[in-house]
Design a protein around this ligand. Structure first.
Ligand code: ARG
Length: 483
């Protein structure tokens, strides 16, 4: 092919180039088949930029009107699935701009005044991520509410609390659920903190150094809702930084990773609790799968997969942070690689939060107005398990301390009592009073209250403790926070 035979129009920067890009390079460098999901943010950002250009007399009012009309049509085409995305046009930005120019002529070519794809893409990703964070935050609230409803129904259900996965002390199942509510409430806080830093405007940084046109960046920020709590515009203050750093995407993925880690820990417990060896809970059939060979099986695939997908999201965090580490200022094409991990993190987190809300809390039945089909709890099995493993040994020690023994001595005395109980294969509460008195003469009949599961629970009536009275207080606090 001779130097000027190729279709220069198909490339945005053609005049300088003496040969077309090879198909392999086109495929390698293009992002349009994944970044097209930014189209709405791209158009929103372009319209705010164009309005500002017109207000600053950089383009005419007619140009602005044409751009608005063209973009409205493009939005319709994309929504209807009729937009012809072209690999040759590399990415979402060039595809939309080319179509705009095709529709409205020169005004379309003026849109890019005072702008570069570098500040454009950084703006688009921030706008898109901001709205995803809002969706994720709402899903986190749903999940917390589901957990609170489960907690509320099971304040008085007792299960063994573990340390080292060894029976430690009895706890309320409601209290156990509230532990996860705390985790997800911190995840929500983290999302809001990240959102505040995502919500800053790179546009106006142009390629890297700013622009010679008299832009009003604060006007664009305000138009795009990039404002702080006081309503003041949030604008990236250094052009080089604005186009180059993706720390906002990294910290979002870090927050998402932590949230998935919380989901994953819960998943591990659900899987254990569902096993025949625990038999604590059942999850509804629609969240389980059978085995193609073992007819008796119901497998907890959803929590298992969530545990697995946590690895995938943490992997995206590693990918993004590694993507950034060697880049000199300012924009580098490396940054195009931020999208797939970020998109997949958002998709995975949203699906997981949705499915967990429903699996735990159930689905709203419009007929009854109640949620149906969440996890079902086998209170008897939990309580039975709490009775194995001497979960109230600490309570006996505390009982002796109240009788005047130093804690260390009480601890030793109880160890002897536990040894005797193991020998006789009974629980501490099943040892006759005379036997208990053999370990310490101050033991009286009221010891059996201390040795009961409920007595043990009720005794832990301090802030953050597992006593049902405390659990009720916490549930009310959380419901009020989420209302
Ligand atoms: N598709 C590119 C990205 O996602 C847009 C920015 C390209 N800028 C450039 N100078 N080649 O990062």
């Amino acid at each position: 092919m001779s130097q000027n035979q190729f279709d220069k129009k198909s490339q945005a920067w053609s005049a300088l180039f003496s040969e077309p890009m090879s198909d392999l390079v086109k495929r390698y460098t293009s992002s349009v088949f994944f970044d097209q999901r930014l189209w709405q943010a791209d158009i929103t950002g372009s319209l705010a930029h164009a309005s500002m250009l017109a207000a600053q007399d950089i383009i005419s009012a007619q140009d602005l009107a044409d751009i608005q009309r063209g973009m409205a049509q493009i939005s319709q085409e994309i929504e209807a699935g009729q937009f012809d995305w072209k690999l040759d046009l590399e990415d979402v930005h060039l595809n939309i701009e080319a179509r705009l120019t095709q529709l409205i002529g020169d005004a379309g070519k003026r849109l890019h005044t005072g702008r570069s794809r570098n500040d454009q893409v950084a703006t688009d990703v921030r706008l898109w991520l901001r709205s995803e964070i809002d969706l994720i935050s709402a899903l986190l609230v749903d999940l917390q509410k589901s957990l609170l409803e489960v907690a509320q129904r099971h304040v008085d259900v007792i299960l063994p609390g573990f340390t080292h996965l060894q029976v430690a002390q009895p706890v309320s199942f409601g209290h156990h659920m509230l532990a996860y509510v705390e985790m997800f409430s911190r995840d929500t806080e983290r999302m809001q903190e990240v959102r505040a830093r995502v919500n800053r405007l790179p546009l106006g940084a142009a390629a890297l150094a700013g622009t010679s046109y008299p832009l009003d960046r604060e006007r664009v920020a305000t138009a795009l809702g990039m404002v702080n709590a006081q309503g003041l515009p949030q604008v990236c203050q250094n052009s080089l930084d604005a186009v180059s750093d993706r720390d906002f995407a990294i910290e979002f993925t870090a927050a998402a990773s932590l949230c998935m880690v919380h989901i994953s820990r819960m998943s591990e417990e659900l899987v254990l609790w569902m096993s025949q060896n625990f038999g604590f809970i059942k999850i509804a059939d629609r969240f389980t799968t059978g085995s193609s060979i073992m007819p008796q099986k119901k497998n907890p695939d959803v929590p298992e997969l969530a545990r697995g997908k946590t690895g995938r999201v943490v992997g995206h965090l590693m990918g993004l942070i590694t993507l950034m580490k060697g880049q000199p200022l300012a924009y580098n094409k490396d940054n195009q690689e931020d999208k797939e991990p970020l998109f997949d993190t958002v998709d995975t987190l949203k699906d997981t939060l949705r499915i967990f809300s429903e699996m735990l809390g159930g689905q709203l039945d419009p007929a009854t107005g109640r949620k149906e089909g969440g996890i079902s709890v086998n209170a008897a099995a939990m309580e039975q398990a709490a009775l194995r493993g001497y979960a109230t040994a600490t309570d006996l020690a505390d009982y002796l301390v109240k009788k005047g023994l130093p804690f260390r001595d009480a601890h030793e005395t109880v160890a002897h009592a536990v040894k005797a109980a193991i020998t006789h294969q009974v629980d501490l509460s099943e040892l006759p009073l005379t036997v208990l008195q053999g370990f310490n003469g101050s033991i009286e009949k009221d010891v059996y209250e201390a040795l009961s599961l409920r007595g043990s629970l009720n005794a832990r009536n301090t802030l953050g403790g597992t006593a049902p009275a405390q659990v009720h207080v916490q549930i009310a606090k959380h419901f009020a926070r989420l209302a």
